[in-house]
Design a binder for this molecule. Structure first.
Ligand code: OOB
Length: 562
């Protein structure tokens, strides 16, 4: 069977750049999984994966992954089929991801926090043929959610369940079992000849317009993403990498993340939660050397260690921090309190990765978000007219390179706005570029709220809020927050005779089965909404208004003075 990956809706790199990336050795023209399978051939007994008491060697990991890939094909899935994945941080997530990659089946990386609102859209947009969910998680019935998606989305045929699969659903536990004696699933998958130019997986964008966009990451580019990050961090067989962020996010997945650690022949440890009391024990017990976190989590870890002086972090060499801006004061406390080298990571699911290096001087590590990791990365900082600024100038960051997308999946209209006329990705981040090449993130020129690294589209929240009959005009903006960086704040004007409280909006959104982290946490009702000259809500004026109001408690509603 020859694989025939679709190209519909997918924007490849221009041929001349692709050529350059191959010539430079960035793209190795092999599937992403190849180096992991190579390690397994050389060191089958080395430990690859640790999840609680379960340990899988490289030999076991690839055997199970190959068996899973072959079983998915037996189930009737095909090369290029998409599978919507919503799993917690478990070893089965890794086996599923690797098995899909080996079989040319494309995982769509949803988050555990997503609910029907997000999953139904993602399944439809990607035309997923299956959805993978845990049976339950944090008292929520994901199996029912999976069933609902199958019933609502024509293309979805299978619900694959981690844990207790019921009513004809497929058991992920069974799919992850070792191969039957005598079976050689690896041969079958090798024979498929998965193309290195094919899409390996879809990541989700933070989404600035409505629901998240799908980001195609190809075998060639995503493997390079992990490998170049490996080089910056010096990942190797001695690396013990701990996943505490949701594993389906680009940062813990491939920056260098679990894929980088496996490509380097290192060890991956999984933790279901970032809570310091749990994570610190895991770090001590497993001798973890590197972990990635968002600033809000780092704050908790530092507070915890400051208070308890646990001494459990002796093995920890590097703490990678990214996803949102790490304030300098917190950055400065990482080494003294946690004893690890700080690495700032300014990345995006779309591609471009900026990192400080492990030997950077303190002023760089504490005060910048690092520099592009690849010589192939091109960055420019532009003003409102799209003109490039000299070093030091503050403007919007644009980029292209060997692992940065040229287009979101099936999003022609959005692509026309998200890319410059000459094809550079417009990040929407406002940065300054220092003489030494390091970037400092100064702010944002995109309609997004960054809540502890979780990205929320203002427009998506507004579209939901408008369903409330009392809402006349609404705008969602970020309200600065000490613990989480930002929270969702909604400004609204209310129709004559109507009333509105924060709880109404939260209930409305919960009832619409929207992920919890998107629910507004502050409501400000105003008599008049500030508008721009073209009649759009003036969000800058709202942010200025928030600054004047000072801190507003999460959970609070603010009405106009009468
Ligand atoms: C990471 O990826 P996404 O796709 O969830 O979000 C990307 C956006 C960036 O455009 C920027 O607005 C923000 O998140 N961001 C940062 C940042 N890292 C990401 N803003 C300020 N400082 C930072 N260090 O968030 C992501 C992907 C790979 C590695 C790390 C983070």
């Amino acid at each position: 069977m020859a694989p025939t990956p679709t190209t519909e809706g997918i924007t490849p790199w221009p041929a001349d750049l692709a050529e350059q990336y191959r010539a430079a050795g960035y793209w190795k023209d092999e599937p992403l999984t190849t180096p992991i399978w190579r390690t397994a051939a050389e060191h089958p007994d080395a430990i690859a994966l640790v999840d609680g008491d379960l340990r899988l060697t490289y030999g076991e990991l690839i055997a199970r992954s190959d068996a899973l890939g072959a079983r998915l094909l037996e189930l009737g899935l095909d090369v290029d089929d998409r599978v919507l994945v919503q799993l917690p941080n478990t070893w089965e997530f890794v086996v599923l991801t690797l098995g899909c990659l080996r079989a040319g089946i494309i995982p769509v990386m949803a988050l555990p926090a997503h609910r029907r609102h997000e999953l139904e859209y993602l399944a439809n947009h990607s035309e997923s043929v299956a959805i993978v969910v845990p049976d339950t998680l944090r008292d929520f019935d994901h199996q029912q959610l999976g069933n609902d998606i199958r019933d609502a989305v024509d293309t979805v045929r299978e619900v694959i369940v981690l844990g207790d699969a019921s009513g004809g659903n497929v058991s992920l536990d069974d799919l992850c079992a070792p191969p039957e004696p005598g079976a050689e699933p690896g041969r079958e998958l090798d024979a498929l000849g998965v193309s290195p130019d094919a899409v390996a997986l879809f990541l989700l964008s933070g989404g600035t317009t409505g629901l998240p966009k799908l980001i195609p990451r190809f075998h060639n580019d995503y493997r390079y993403n992990a490998e170049i990050a490996n080089e910056v961090l010096g990942f190797g067989p001695d690396t013990v990498y701990l996943v505490t962020l949701p594993a389906s996010h680009n940062f813990p997945l491939a920056c260098p993340g679990l894929l980088g650690a496996l490509i380097a022949g290192g060890r991956v440890v999984l933790s279901a939660t970032p809570s310091p009391s749990k994570v610190f024990d895991v770090i001590e017990r497993q001798g973890v050397t590197v972990v990635a976190a968002v600033p809000a989590v780092v704050q908790r870890w530092i507070d915890h260690e400051d208070e308890y002086r646990t001494g459990k972090l002796a093995s920890l060499e590097v703490l990678q921090v990214g996803g949102s801006r790490l304030v300098d004061e917190l950055a400065a406390r990482v080494r003294p309190v946690l004893g690890a080298t700080l690495q700032q990571v300014f990345g995006m699911a779309e591609g471009l990765l900026n990192m400080t290096t492990l030997d950077d001087p303190d002023d760089v590590v504490v005060g910048t978000q690092g520099r592009p990791v690849s010589d192939g990365d091109e960055v420019r900082v532009v003003d409102e007219n799209g003109e490039s600024l000299p070093p030091g100038g503050v403007g919007v960051l644009q980029t292209r390179g060997p692992y940065t997308l040229w287009g979101y999946y099936r999003a022609e209209e959005h692509n026309a706005r998200a890319f410059s006329p000459d094809g550079w990705y417009i990040t929407g981040d406002i940065v300054s570029l220092r003489e030494d090449g390091n970037l400092v993130v100064q702010g944002r020129d995109k309609d997004l709220i960054n809540r502890a690294g979780e990205k929320i589209s203002g427009e998506e929240v507004e579209n939901l809020v408008y369903r409330h009959p009392s809402v006349e005009l609404a705008a969602a903006v970020a309200i600065p927050d000490k613990a989480l960086g930002e929270r969702v704040c909604v400004y609204a004007t209310v129709r004559r005779g109507g009333t509105l409280a924060l709880e109404d909006l939260r209930t409305l959104m919960s009832d619409a089965n929207v992920a919890d982290y998107k629910l507004p946490e502050v409501l400000v009702v105003v008599d008049d909404m500030p508008l721009t000259k073209v009649g759009k809500v003036d969000k800058k004026a709202l942010r200025d208004d928030l600054a004047v109001r000072g801190p507003l408690e999460p959970g609070s509603t603010h009405l106009p003075a009468r």
